[in-house]
Design a protein around this ligand. Structure first.
Ligand code: AMP
Ligand code: FES
Ligand code: ZN
Length: 321
């Protein structure tokens, strides 16, 4: 495989090593994971998050997986299936939250009820559930599979519209704040073409289809525009994104916090930090007529038993049950 931005070409073995090295470098450069941290990887069943879970294992970083059943028809079922199969094959511990089972709703229904575009309701739900699952399980860090293409496209959109409040959050690490875990993106040094190739050479079976609800969204348009630039000028994406982090990101971060738009007032329902009485996720559930989240309610994430995957990482003493 040729990597024009690195002016290099790799065989399968060296590509795998390259990917591991890039993840190691991202983790070290941005202090993403410290020894002894309990790590929860958010796994969609796509190439990025499965490659991430695999690479962390190869690097000796133990991590449990967390998968959300979004209820987007066959797409979600097939994605969850890829995640479960990977966990079972590698003897990894997987936690799951199915929106239908846990709340009686799903992304398409909640988005329609709240008159939101599906990707926005979906993103809001995922962010909230990553936090809840991590807090519940006593994890220090949530790792997601966002890659260089994702981050460069988000940056492009935020600069195009000068969303300065979002620019503040555009770091590969968001420190823990308000009792919530650190969020890290260890794949920021890898392009999606590279994570796909990593999966192929390592025999990882992933969900190849794109989410059917994302067709035509603006983010995909930004990705295409940047892909075009990258083709003409290899390395543009990396120089745009890492240049921003180096030159400007600090100017947008005023208080060194995770930059969450919500303030530190606990949500009246679920206890998450929010700026009003009820957090955005609880409001979304309300509008969808779904089962509410409550501080002392049933857990968000439940472990699934999968063949060999019956060895969870021991919780910290301080972790809630
Ligand atoms: P996306 O928002 O679909 O671009 O996904 C970004 C990252 O969020 C993925 O790389 C995963 O780490 C995580 N993620 C996306 N969908 C899910 C899901 N259904 N369950 C758990 N994690 C997810
Ligand atoms: Fe969230 Fe498609 S994965 S709307
Ligand atoms: Zn809430």
């Amino acid at each position: 495989m040729d990597l024009r931005r690195h002016n290099a070409a790799f065989c399968g073995e060296h590509l795998s090593r390259f990917c591991r090295d890039q993840v190691t470098r991202a983790i070290e450069d941005f202090d993403m994971i410290a020894p002894g941290d309990r790590v929860l990887v958010a796994v969609s069943g796509g190439k990025d998050s499965l490659a991430l879970w695999h690479i962390l294992g190869e690097l000796g970083i133990e991590a449990d997986g967390f998968s959300i059943g979004l209820g987007i028809g066959g797409y979600s079922e097939a994605s969850t299936e890829c995640t479960r199969r990977f966990a079972a094959e590698h003897g990894l511990h997987l936690l799951e939250c199915d929106l239908r089972e846990r709340f009686g709703t799903d992304v398409p229904t909640a988005a329609a009820a709240a008159k939101r575009v599906p990707c926005s309701a979906c993103g809001l739900s995922k962010r909230h559930l990553f936090d809840s699952a991590a807090v519940e399980g006593g994890y220090d860090v949530v790792a997601t599979g966002h890659n260089l293409d994702d981050e460069a496209a988000v940056l492009f959109g935020n600069v195009l519209h000068w969303h300065t409040e979002y620019l503040a959050r555009q770091a590969p690490v968001l420190p823990a704040a308000h009792g919530f875990p650190r969020k890290v993106k260890p794949l920021v040094r890898l392009a999606e073409r590279e994570t796909a190739a990593y999966c192929i050479v390592n025999g990882i079976d992933y969900q190849v289809e794109e989410c059917p609800m994302s067709a035509g969204n603006r983010h995909l348009g930004y990705k295409e525009a940047l892909a075009d630039l990258e083709l003409r000028s290899p390395g543009s994406k990396a120089s745009f994104y890492f240049g921003y982090l180096r030159e400007a990101a600090d100017r947008f971060r005023s208080d060194g916090s995770a930059g969450e738009p919500d303030g530190p007032v606990p949500c009246g329902r679920c206890g998450a930090p929010c700026s009003g009485e009820i957090c955005s996720f609880c409001r979304l559930l309300d509008r969808a007529g779904a089962a509410p989240l409550a501080v002392d309610g049933p857990p968000v994430a439940v472990p699934v038993r999968l063949g060999r995957s019956d060895q969870p990482i021991a919780p910290h003493p301080g972790a809630s049950a």
